[in-house]
Write a protein that binds this ligand. Structure first.
Ligand SMILES: [Fe+2]
Length: 236
């Protein structure tokens, strides 16, 4: 007798849990009929009438973590100086990857000329690939205990890629700007990969070599091959 009695509550567990939800859903209907309505909005359900509290940043306490600091919270076997150096390098690579990514989207939208279709598609493909790199770099920074930059104004201050004008430019100029951006990124990658290797940060070294270097070199190849043939040799 004991086991069926024990089994009974188990089998009826879900209907019993579902019952309060049904009651909660029914409650607003009763209040809508005039008894009491605790909500402030147009609806009759107090739970969905709760107003969001805006402008909380004005009275916020100190940030969870300040930019530039490195937390030791995650036990990944790396010392503070190693983490700090890697985070600094990765934030530089992040700013440049975001800039390169956005330059690809700009050129994807604005490209014009006889190679419009293939460049339009190629630029968007590279944009997507750079987006993957951006996410991988930022998450590596967080794993190391740092704070990843994210917003456009911070990217603009930090990136090593020269400012790209708002103007629409010819395809050869677009290609030239993209190749220059890749070269700046790759030079930093070679330097940073070596430093990460020396400090024992294998994860950062691997990210830079196997993802950043490989992807940027591949993109250089695809973009650079467009400059060998007319009419993409020279801007007019
Ligand atoms: Fe598009």
């Amino acid at each position: 007798m004991a086991s069926p009695a024990k089994a009974a509550p188990k089998s009826s567990a879900s209907p019993k849990k579902a019952a309060p939800v049904a009651k909660a859903a029914a409650a607003p209907k009763a209040s809508a009929n005039g008894k009491s309505n605790t909500g402030n909005g147009a609806g009759s359900n107090a739970a969905v009438d709760i107003q969001p509290r805006l402008n909380q940043q004005q009275n916020a306490p100190a940030p969870t973590q300040r930019y530039g600091t490195v937390s030791q919270r995650l036990p990944i076997g790396l010392g503070e100086s190693t983490r700090q150096e890697s985070v600094t390098m990765l934030n530089q690579l992040l700013a440049d990857a975001i800039t390169q990514r956005d330059m690809y989207k700009k050129h994807h939208w604005q490209v014009v000329g006889p190679t419009f279709y293939q460049l339009h598609l190629l630029f968007d493909k590279h944009y997507e690939e750079q987006s993957m790199l951006v996410d991988a770099i930022a998450e590596r920074i967080q794993i190391l205990g740092g704070v990843a930059i994210a917003m456009a104004h911070d990217v603009a201050e930090l990136t090593s890629i020269p400012r790209v004008p708002r103007d629409r430019e010819e395809a050869p100029v677009q290609v030239s700007r993209l190749l220059d951006g890749h070269q700046r990124i790759l030079k930093n990658c070679h330097d940073y990969a070596s430093r990460a290797d020396q400090s024992g940060d294998d994860g950062t070294n691997d990210l830079i070599v196997s993802q950043l270097v490989r992807t940027n070199e591949m993109q250089v190849w695809f973009v650079a091959e467009h400059v060998v043939d007319s009419p993409l040799i020279k801007a007019e």
